[in-house]
Design a protein. Structure first.
Length: 208
């Protein structure tokens, strides 16, 4: 099957057939998920027995998105992580990953508290505690940008957005206090300056 000749609905129908044939699930209904990222399409799969899964239909290019994400989430499950979508099935031909459904909702910036920041920091720290040997066969991570210049611009844009949110008090008071107390945004900008000092201005002309 050529993914460049197959539209989303056709891929969904072929996925339903694969899941049924492999006796993983009989899909009764598919629902597009709002707010899905641009490169990939997300769908909720509802089974005959009222279970739910998520199908992530990856944008097919040379970045091997599924080949990076699916094995990495599988590794996290092996390492005991429970607060992530668990891989259920991947279709190589359709470039689709199927994951367990996790109930949730989009949070308003002001609803984020310091506990959320702590949870995120703990999650990242636990990932870094995984021995490198355990992930030896994983493909290396790939930047979501095409050059170091794009990366610097992306980081700066995020910093400016957060500063604007802070000035307009869009975050909870505890988050505002944390960012200001630890000078978090200034630290990021200092890190960018340090990279340029160490490797020279030409580092930001590198293309991935």
């Amino acid at each position: 099957v050529s993914l460049f000749m197959t539209d989303v609905q056709d891929r969904l129908q072929l996925l339903r057939t694969e899941l049924a044939t492999k006796e993983i699930a009989n899909i009764r209904e598919t629902q597009p998920l709002p707010g899905a990222i641009n490169n990939n399409q997300l769908y909720r799969l509802i089974t005959d027995d009222d279970r739910s899964f998520v199908a992530k239909m990856y944008f097919h290019d040379d970045r091997k998105r599924r080949e990076r994400e699916y094995p990495f989430l599988s590794l996290l499950v092996e390492q005991g992580f429970t607060n992530i979508p668990r891989p259920v099935y991947q279709s190589v031909d359709l470039d689709v990953g199927v994951y367990t459904w996790v109930e949730g909702s989009r949070k308003d910036p002001r609803s984020y508290a310091q506990a959320d920041m702590t949870d995120l920091a703990d999650f990242i720290a636990n990932i870094h505690r995984i021995p490198v040997s355990q992930g030896a066969e994983l493909l290396p991570a790939q930047m979501a940008v095409f050059s170091m210049k794009n990366l610097r611009e992306n980081i700066q844009k995020r910093i400016d957005t957060i500063k604007d949110d802070l000035s307009k008090e869009r975050f909870s008071p505890s988050v505002c206090s944390f960012l200001q107390e630890h000078q978090s945004l200034d630290q990021v900008q200092k890190a960018l300056t340090r990279v340029e000092e160490l490797y020279g201005p030409s580092v930001f002309t590198h293309v991935f």
